[in-house]
Design a protein around this ligand. Sequence first.
Ligand code: 5GP
Ligand code: MN
Length: 318
Amino acid sequence: MDETLLNDAFQELHSAQRVLVISHIRPDGDAVGSLLGLGLSLQALNKEVQLVLSDGIPVIFRHLPGSEQVQKQANGEFDMIVVVDCSDMKRTGDALINQPLPDINLDHHPTNTDFGKYNLVDSNAVATAEMLSEYLPRFGFPITTKVANALLFGMITDTLGFRTFNMTPKALELSARLMEAGGDLPGLYQRGLLNRTYEAARYWGVGLSNLEREGRIIWASLSMEDRRTVKYPGRDDADLISFLSTIEDTDVAIMFVEQGNGNVKVSWRSQPAYDVSQVAMHFDGGGHAAAAGASVKGDLKEIQDNVIAQTKTMLSLM
Ligand code: 5GP
Ligand code: MN
C-alpha cells in the first residue's frame, strides 16, 4: 500500500463532514461489516453519514449494530464518497446513480479496477474489514464496541472462521484487537457461519441431491422452482458452496443459482493451486484466486455446460 496515498485519503476523510459509504450488490458479511464499521466510526466523530446498499440489508445481517440505518439509495450531496469491498463500479448496483465518481475505493480483491480517486487496494488482506481495522485506529478514527463487532464480523465471515488459505498472523492479531475493543467472537461466529433456518437446510438438501462430479470438479445447481418448493426466501445459495468446497478429492467446486431476471449467479471455490478469479473474469465477474463469482445471462442448463467447459479448459482440468 502506498503510504502517501493512504495518508492523503484518510486526512481528506477526516476533513469531510457529509460522507456516503457504499458496498456491493448481493452483500456478504464483509460488505456489510466494512460498511457498518466505517460508517459507525465516522458517526462517532459526529459526521453525517449515509450507508447505502443497492439491494438493501439482508435479514441475516440485521443483528449487526447500525444495520437499521442502511438505505437502498443515496439522497443529497456529499463531501466524500467511500466504496468498500467492491472490485468494480458495477458491484455498487444503483447506489451511485446521480452521484460523482467515488473518492475512496477501499478493497481487497485482486481483480479491483482502480475506479476511485484514491485506490486503496490490498489483496493480501483477508477482508476489507481487516484493512479498516488497521487503518481506522492508525488515522484517529474510533473503534467503538459497535465498530469492533461490525469489523470482526467481516473478518470472520470472509475467512469462514479464520480457516481460508489466505489467513495471516496479522489478520488474527487485528481480530484480537477487535475482541479487546468489545467484539463478540463466539456470538458473531455463531450468527455469521453456523446458524441456519429450517428452509435453508432443506434448500441445501435440494442442491445436494443434484450434486455432480467430473474428475476433480464438483457442481450443483438451484432453480427458482427449488426455492419455491422449500420456501427459501433468498436468491442466494444459502452458502452451500462453502460446504461443496469441503468435499474431498476435488479441486474446484461450482454453484449455479437461477436468479429470475434472466441471470444465473455462478460461484467458484478452488484449492490453492488454482485461480478461479480468472475464469470468473471471463464471464464478466471477479473475486479472489480461491473464491470468485459472476452473474451470467441465459438459461441455467446452457450456462452450466458452458461454465464447466470453460473452467476445465482455463484451469487445464481435463
Ligand atoms: P460469491 O461466490 O460468494 O458470491 O463470491 C465470491 C467472491 O467473488 C467474493 O469476493 C465476491 O465479492 C466476488 N464476486 C461474486 N460475484 C461477483 C461478480 O458478479 N462480479 C465481481 N467482480 N465479483 C464477484
Ligand atoms: Mn464482499
